[in-house]
Design a protein around this ligand. Structure first.
Ligand SMILES: [Zn+2]
Length: 250
C-alpha cells in the first residue's frame, strides 16, 4: 500500500496526544478505512490519541470498537501530517463511522516516564561532564537508550548520574509544554541537546523540565518528574559517533 496515496486529500489529523498525553479514551470518527491482507486494515480518524512511531518514541497500541466491530491497533504512522493506524480486525467488518478508541495505557505511561527520564538524563549528564550534552538519537521501546556524542562516560560517573537523577525525581519538578515559532526557536532553545538534528517546521513544540534546558520535542511526557518514579542505568556502550546509555525507569 502506498501510504502517501492513501492519505491524499485527507485533512491533517488533530494530534490529541500533544494536547493531553493523559487522555486514554476517545470518541472519534473513521474518515477512511481500507482492508489490507486478511483480517487487517489501515484507517484514519478525524482526531487521535494514538502517538505514531517517531522521534525515538514507539507507536501506541490499543483498540478501536463499536457494537459488532473491534480492531486491535498494532502500528501507528505519521504520513504527510495524517496519522495512519494499522490493526488486526478481531470482530465485524471495517467500515466508516464513529468508534471508541482506547490506547494501551500501561505501555503509554511507561513510555511517558521513560521519555521524560531521557530529557532529565541529558541534564544530569551535562552536570556530570560540565559540558552541554548533545544527543544523537534515542529509543524508548526495548531496550531503552539515549545516544550522545562524545567519549563514553567513565565508569565512576555512572553512580553519580544515577544518584542525581533519583534525587531530582524524588524532589519533583514540573514539566511545561509551549509552542514556539521557528524564528524564536534559537532564542528559546539554542542549548537544547537535539538542536542540530531538528526538522524544519513553522512551529516547534518545546518541552521544559523546570530549571533544565528547553528541548524541542514531539513526544509524550509526564507532568512532573516525580512520576518517573526511579531511574536505573543498565549499561553503557560505545558507538561509531559516541556512546549509548541504556536505562529504565523503576
Ligand atoms: Zn520529549
Amino acid at each position: 500500500m502506498r501510504l502517501e496515496e492513501f492519505v491524499k486529500n485527507l485533512p491533517r489529523t488533530k494530534p490529541l496526544y500533544w494536547e493531553d498525553s493523559y487522555k486514554r479514551v476517545l470518541e472519534a470518527k473513521i474518515l477512511k478505512i481500507e482492508p489490507d491482507e486478511k483480517s487487517a486494515a489501515y484507517f484514519v480518524l478525524d482526531e487521535t490519541i494514538f502517538h505514531p512511531k517517531m522521534g525515538g518514541q514507539p507507536d501506541d497500541r490499543g483498540t478501536i470498537e463499536r457494537a459488532g466491530f473491534r480492531l486491535e491497533v498494532k502500528k501507528v504512522m505519521l504520513v504527510n501530517h495524517v496519522v495512519i493506524h494499522w490493526g488486526k480486525v478481531l470482530e465485524g467488518i471495517p467500515s466508516l463511522g464513529n468508534v471508541r478508541a482506547s490506547i494501551d495505557w500501561n505501555f503509554r505511561y511507561l513510555v511517558m516516564r521513560r521519555h521524560t527520564a531521557g530529557h532529565l538524563l541529558d541534564h544530569c549528564i551535562s552536570l556530570e561532564t560540565k559540558a552541554p550534552a548533545e544527543t544523537l538519537g534515542s529509543w524508548l521501546g526495548d531496550p531503552c537508550y539515549v545516544e550522545y556524542r562524545g567519549t563514553v562516560l567513565p565508569e565512576g560517573s555512572v553512580d553519580g548520574v544515577e544518584a542525581t537523577m533519583n534525587e531530582l525525581i524524588r524532589k519533583g519538578r514540573p514539566v511545561f509544554i509551549e509552542y514556539v515559532k521557528r524564528e524564536d526557536l534559537l532564542k528559546k532553545a539554542i542549548r537544547a541537546p537535539n538542536i542540530l538534528r531538528l526538522p524544519i517546521l513553522d512551529t516547534y513544540r518545546v518541552v521544559t523540565i523546570e530549571n533544565c534546558e528547553p528541548i524541542p520535542c514531539s513526544g509524550t511526557h509526564v507532568k512532573d518528574i516525580k512520576e518517573i518514579g526511579g531511574f536505573h542505568i543498565k549499561s553503557l556502550s560505545a558507538t561509531d559517533r559516541g556512546f549509548r546509555v541504556y536505562y529504565d525507569v523503576v
